[in-house]
Design a protein around this ligand. Structure first.
Ligand code: SF4
Length: 361
């Protein structure tokens, strides 16, 4: 990639002009990593001038590992009837929420498998009771595909399920389950989950109703640069409609104990991650926040990510079971997290699920 081309992209990005697909392709495949990172950092400071990095105190419990969708990349799920299958009662889930609340959490990100035995009322009760018993906690519950499962089980449309969740008190959705929003990739790694629109439709309907959500991306398996660009184009386009995404959150695939493991020979290092993050900051010009995935990429990579365009450190994730099932574990305390952000040269600030600052350290 010539310096002239990079300079053109630099002028566009800093001049507030949208990057096109050719620009995105060059950045993903050819741009020198450190220059790309420096440009992403400049754009981050042009949009968010304060040297503040936010984080949320949260936990990520799971209500069931029963799932009928058989995604190739998933080490977490068990088929119905499996000896290791579990489904928590409403009270058992609320005990996990109580434990998060005792540790100072303001967000609980609750997800689970696609368990056809659970009625809609189960999910609604979880939201209602979390709101009633733990007003300090935002129920950041249920990814797009779980909401589709609720629609199938109840016979309601996706929009009607979202209306019921809203009535129960829910206002935000996690962005998991996007993986790579490309027909080709989704057919290969999660054929039963539907194409990109299965995920996009739920977020489109949610944003229309006033919900906020995040957009995630799990890369590092069978995708190529075109698939990544399909993904970025899809979420950028949707964000233009209602602006309902608060942040973009990429992480790399963890192959341990998954059906895809045999295909993925090489464990990806931090460089592809930093490139992905920097490209996202430049390409997703309508996303307010880009999250550093300290959890899945490592704390040092998380610190470097703050110099590659990220402005948020994500959550404390007091409980996490999905990566753990792939033999990947990482933990952090609030004190350590504050130190890591400071060490990287930023002021740490605790935020809510929707990015309001609660406290600056
Ligand atoms: S990723 Fe989710 S939907 Fe896919 S198999 Fe795992 S639990 Fe089921």
């Amino acid at each position: 990639m010539s310096q002239g081309v990079l300079e053109d992209i630099r002028s566009k990005a800093l001049g507030g002009k949208r990057l096109d697909r050719d620009d995105g392709g060059l950045l993903l495949t050819e741009a020198p990593l450190l220059e790309l990172g420096a440009l992403a950092r400049d754009v981050r400071f042009a949009r968010l001038p304060e040297r503040v990095v936010t984080f949320v105190i949260d936990s990520n419990p799971n209500y069931t590992n029963v799932c009928v969708t058989d995604c190739q990349f998933c080490a977490f799920y068990r088929k119905p009837g499996d000896p290791e299958a579990y489904t928590l009662s409403v009270e058992e889930v609320l005990a996990r929420v109580a434990s998060a609340a005792r540790r100072g959490a303001t967000t609980v990100l609750l997800q689970g498998g696609h368990n056809p035995a659970l009625p809609l009322e189960y999910y609604l009760t979880l939201v209602r009771e979390t709101r009633r018993r733990f007003p300090e906690i935002t129920p950041h519950f249920f990814t797009a595909s779980e909401i589709r499962t609720m629609a199938q089980v109840s016979g309601l449309a996706v929009g009607e399920v979202l209306d019921r969740l809203w009535e129960a008190g829910q206002r935000t959705l996690p962005g998991g389950g996007a993986e790579i929003l490309s027909e080709r990739v989704r057919r290969r790694i999660e054929p039963k989950k539907g194409g990109p629109d299965a995920w996009l439709e739920v977020h489109r309907e949610a944003h229309r109703r006033g919900f906020k959500s995040t957009a995630t991306m799990m890369y590092g398996h069978v995708e190529g640069p075109d698939d990544v660009l399909d993904h970025l184009d899809a979420i950028r386009e949707l964000q233009d409609v209602d602006g309902g995404f608060t942040a973009f959150v990429p992480w790399s695939f963890k192959p341990g104990n998954t059906l895809l493991e045999k295909w993925i020979k090489e464990v990806k290092g931090p460089n592809p991650y930093l490139r992905m993050l920097a490209v996202a900051r430049l390409y997703l010009d309508n996303f307010p926040h880009v999250q550093a995935s300290w959890f899945s990429e490592g704390k040092r990579a998380g610190q470097i990510a703050l110099h590659f365009g990220a402005d948020d450190w994500g959550g404390t994730l007091f409980e996490e079971n999905v990566h753990k099932a792939a033999d990947y574990v990482n933990t952090v305390t609030v004190e350590e997290l504050v130190t890591l952000i400071r060490e990287a040269g930023f002021t740490p600030a605790q935020r809510t699920t929707t990015y309001e600052i609660l406290r600056t350290f």
